[in-house]
Design a protein around this ligand. Structure first.
Ligand code: KG4
Ligand code: ZN
Length: 325
């Protein structure tokens, strides 16, 4: 079995995965959403303190599995430096105490493998990762061959939902709150400009849209917020589908996946389904509870890395807050 730890942002999670069967034997996550909600976003120092309380409590529940552990895995990149270090320090302590190998996992690869929890992997894939920290399209051939073909030049898709929710004083995380507010509201009432519409660049940008929404919020009454939310969600999503549509003309999709916390967005799922229809491409999605950050996805990557003996040492396992993918 492999014990895996996730602490890259505001979720403390630990999983136990059986290597031979890929079965998830244990998974527990303690989210900090309530604690950060009053600030309208994640406060790194507070997140680190909460991980220091939550992770040992979850680890205690894993004690019955300790004697069967063959490796310990941990998210080491990308993420908040002060929270990554919490998980990495715990993983190193476990590796020393139980004399087992360490595996450093990239969180973005974790999101890709959230598609294959308790399953065999199926590549190649074109993947859209939409989370709080990232918005990127990747061509994934296998664990070692992941090519990013487009990414955001500024804010991420999920982050823009968080910021719009903050402008409206809705709380954090903003994605589910905006989605709920936008239900049944007018998507075409506010004519926000689609980002990078006339640019040939395959890239994303959300800062301009965020500022346009800020102006609309400042000039409106609270009863208009639902239409602002719906119009924002429509344009934020259209930006993704418009760029993907152009890309698909050059590189027709065969199997397409949406992963990351914001892949839970229903309007996005609908629009991508529509976009894939002419190509008869298959759409893969993670189970809803594995879209947002979790340790089960880190455990699933770790099994693949274990099979290839991709181990780190105490010295070589370092945190890297920025992604190299
Ligand atoms: O993957 P994740 O849990 O954390 C990161 O790796 O960043 O993603 C969290 C992000 C947050 O920005 C949250 O607002 C967004 O995913 N999110 C959504 C929805 N559910 C979560 N965004 C849009 N619509 C949703 N339904
Ligand atoms: Zn994530």
């Amino acid at each position: 079995m492999i014990l895996s730890i996730e602490s890259s942002c505001d979720d403390s999670a630990i999983a136990i995965t059986e290597i031979a069967t890929k079965k998830l034997l244990f998974h527990k996550k303690i989210s900090q959403e309530l604690e950060h909600s009053v600030y309208g976003g994640v406060v790194p120092e507070l997140a680190a303190r909460l991980h220091a309380e939550a992770l040992p409590r979850i680890l205690e529940e894993c004690a019955p599995y300790f004697q069967d552990l063959k490796a310990v895995a941990v998210t080491s990149s990308p993420g908040l430096a002060v929270t990554l270090i919490e998980g990495v320090t715990m993983a190193k302590a476990i590796a020393v105490a139980l004399k087992i190998p360490l595996i450093g996992v990239n969180h973005l690869i974790g999101h890709i493998y959230s598609l294959f929890i308790e399953k065999e992997v199926a590549f190649p894939l074109t993947v859209l990762l939409v989370s709080g920290g990232h918005t990127q399209v990747m061509e994934v051939k296998n664990l070692h061959d992941i090519k990013t073909v487009a990414k955001s030049m500024d804010d991420s898709f999920g982050e823009s939902f968080d910021k719009v929710a903050k402008m409206m004083d809705l709380g954090y995380p903003g994605g589910p709150l905006i989605q709920e507010l936008a239900k049944g509201a007018q998507r075409k009432r506010y004519n926000f400009t689609i980002p990078l519409l006339h640019s040939s660049k395959f890239a994303f940008s959300y800062s301009g849209l965020k500022n346009a929404v800020r102006l609309a919020v400042a000039e409106s009454d609270t009863e208009d917020y639902k239409d602002i939310a719906a119009s924002f969600e429509h344009i934020a999503t259209t930006h993704l589908t418009q760029k993907l549509k152009k890309y698909f003309k050059e590189v027709p999709p065969q199997t397409f996946a949406i992963v990351g916390g914001a892949s839970a967005n229903l309007y996005l799922r609908e629009q991508i389904e529509e976009l894939l229809k002419p190509y008869k491409a298959k759409l893969l999605l993670s189970e809803l509870h594995y879209c947002s950050d979790n340790a089960a996805m880190i455990g699933r990557v770790a099994v693949a890395m274990y099979e290839e003996r991709m181990f780190s040492t105490l010295e070589s396992l370092k945190i890297t807050p920025r992604s190299n993918i």
